[in-house]
Design a protein around this ligand. Structure first.
Ligand code: ADP
Ligand code: ADP
Length: 236
């Protein structure tokens, strides 16, 4: 089944002097359970697309639907529900996903507390997620006590705390050395495989895009007609 359907999505940014067409009629279909890499030159519209899918930025024209939610006409309260329960977001800079004075256990707990989950559920789910991502040993550590790769894997756990159907990651390995980047990407694959979460990851890293079953190229605000397809992998 389709989880993400973008149909002719346009996003125009109007500044005082110019009109920027960040998305110019973009079409995209992502099925439930897929893991796709979004690639494209700087300025091609990748972040704008992620912001649309995150429910943070409405399209100027066209249709965007995620899990039955029409992102062109989300009311304020639907937007709150959508961002809390339907999507998770991981930023490039791990530190921005975390809170300096909270331990990994506490920061994973936070979105669940905001969503009103009971304490027992929060505690067991936080422990499960940290375990799945290979950072159970970080549960009582604050960000300064973790490596960059650990911080980013904890960030992924935070994004998954309320069990979103769609995980969006904007160059999550962009600031990491290649070995650590591979480790973080492996964590995203584990999430996709074990939890069934659909994952859309923006990346410049050819080593990453080479490992996914489907790579979608964005060019000038559109999905490029030349869609790259990497070799099939075992668990694709
Ligand atoms: P990418 O993530 O692929 O680098 P972006 O989605 O960030 O691309 O940007 C696409 C285009 O939209 C660029 O030309 C960028 O300058 C422009 N843009 C993005 N956000 C804004 C904004 N808030 N105001 C004006 N222009 C913007
Ligand atoms: P308390 O343990 O008394 O609730 P904390 O501030 O240490 O206080 O933790 C707050 C919440 O953060 C916990 O209820 C739990 O949901 C989560 N949490 C903290 N540490 C851990 C951990 N090591 N493993 C799993 N969850 C944790």
């Amino acid at each position: 089944d389709a989880l993400v359907v973008c149909d002719n999505v346009v996003r125009i940014y109007q500044t005082e002097t110019v009109e920027v067409q960040a998305l110019q009629g973009l079409d995209l279909l992502v099925h439930e359970g897929e893991l796709i890499a979004l690639v494209g030159a700087s300025g091609s519209g990748k972040s704008t697309l992620l912001n649309v899918l995150a429910g943070a930025d409405a399209p100027t024209a066209g249709r965007a639907r995620v899990a039955g939610h029409d992102l062109t006409e989300l009311s304020r309260s639907e937007q709150v529900h959508y961002r809390r329960h339907v999507v998770g977001f991981v930023r490039q800079q791990a530190a921005l996903n975390l809170v300096p004075y909270l331990t990994a256990g506490q920061v994973v707990d936070l979105p669940m507390t905001i969503a009103g989950e009971r304490r027992g559920v929060r505690r067991s789910r936080a422990a499960e997620l940290l375990e799945l991502l290979g950072v159970a040993h970080c549960a009582d550590r604050r960000p300064v006590e973790m490596s960059g790769g650990e911080q980013q894997r904890v960030s992924i756990a935070v994004a998954l705390a309320n069990r979103p159907q769609l995980l969006l990651a904007d160059e999550p390995t962009g600031e990491l050395d290649s070995e650590t980047a591979a480790e973080v990407f492996a964590a995203l694959r584990t999430v996709n495989r074990e939890l069934g979460t659909t994952v859309v990851v923006v990346t410049h890293d050819a080593a990453v895009s080479g490992q996914v079953a489907r790579t979608v190229a964005i060019r000038d605000g559109r999905t490029s007609s030349e869609v790259l397809r990497s070799e099939e992998t075992d668990d694709a």
